[in-house]
Design a protein around this ligand. Structure first.
Ligand SMILES: Cc1cc2nc3c(=O)[nH]c(=O)nc-3n(C[C@H](O)[C@H](O)[C@H](O)COP(=O)(O)O)c2cc1C
Length: 160
């Protein structure tokens, strides 16, 4: 009988696939200035909420821009992202990367690590500031190009 049980365990192990994760990386703009304490409160509330539903990630700010990574089960990430997208404290959300079927987390120990680059004097973090600004400028460029494509298409199609 024991051999039967271990056979069954073996079969189960063979068919077991770890649950796949989803990861969303986005940038957005502050709708209004945030004070250091407001940012801290936002980070603390986010970490608390995320812990309950197994979401991890990082929330970084610099020069009026948010950069956030959210990772967890697809349901949990969708739930948090929907709340975030509806939050009027920021605007112009642009998803930089949407990953599905991710096998492991990049930030397993952070329910929501919040980094205020404007308040940080950490020299090692300075390149991040430059990178975030560059990402945001690129995003503005993409916005402009999308607007131009849309306008041109509408204009051209009107002729048909
Ligand atoms: C840039 C930004 C990032 C946020 N990130 C999170 C987050 O990771 N987790 C979270 O629960 N809420 C986050 N929030 C807050 C949500 O938008 C929303 O206010 C919150 O989930 C509501 O929580 P409550 O129902 O407990 O009041 C974020 C808000 C902003 C503006």
């Amino acid at each position: 009988m024991r051999w039967l049980k271990s056979r069954i365990d073996l079969e189960r192990a063979r068919h077991y696939h770890p649950p796949m994760l989803k990861r969303i990386t986005y940038v957005s703009r502050f709708a209004k200035p945030f004070s250091e304490s407001e940012l801290r409160e936002l980070g603390e509330l986010s970490a608390k909420n995320n812990k309950d539903i197994g979401v991890t990630g990082v929330l970084m700010t610099s020069g009026g821009v948010f950069f956030q990574v959210l990772e967890g089960s697809p349901e949990a990430v969708d739930q948090v992202y929907s709340a975030i997208a509806a939050d009027t404290r920021h605007t112009h959300l642009v998803v930089l990367e949407l990953e599905i079927d991710v096998p492991s987390r990049n930030y397993p120990d952070w329910s929501m690590k919040t980094i205020d680059l404007d308040a940080s004097s950490h020299v090692r973090l300075l390149p991040l500031k430059v990178m975030m600004e560059t990402v945001f400028e690129q995003q503005l460029l993409v916005d402009k190009m999308l607007w131009a494509i849309d306008r041109t298409l509408k204009h051209e199609l009107r002729k048909d």
